[in-house]
Design a protein around this ligand. Sequence first.
Ligand SMILES: [Zn+2]
Length: 80
Amino acid sequence: MMSRTISLISAKNGKPKYLIAKKLCKCSKCKTLIRASQKCVEVPMIAGAYTNKKRYCLNCFRLVLNQTIKDIEQLKEELD
Ligand SMILES: [Zn+2]
């Protein structure tokens, strides 16, 4: 039986997800305030034995996503 194919962003630590902030917090990248009821993104980051969750505003997450796509395209190029 074939094992399930994993995705680089859906390891057991979970993948990024959109959520509505419940309380005031700060974007991990630009330090902009994310207010309650504002849409933001939570990204799980493995730090040693535990998973650390980082919050990003939508602008920063767009940059993170673009960088991720670049990295993946680079890997794909090197594959061929
Ligand atoms: Zn930000």
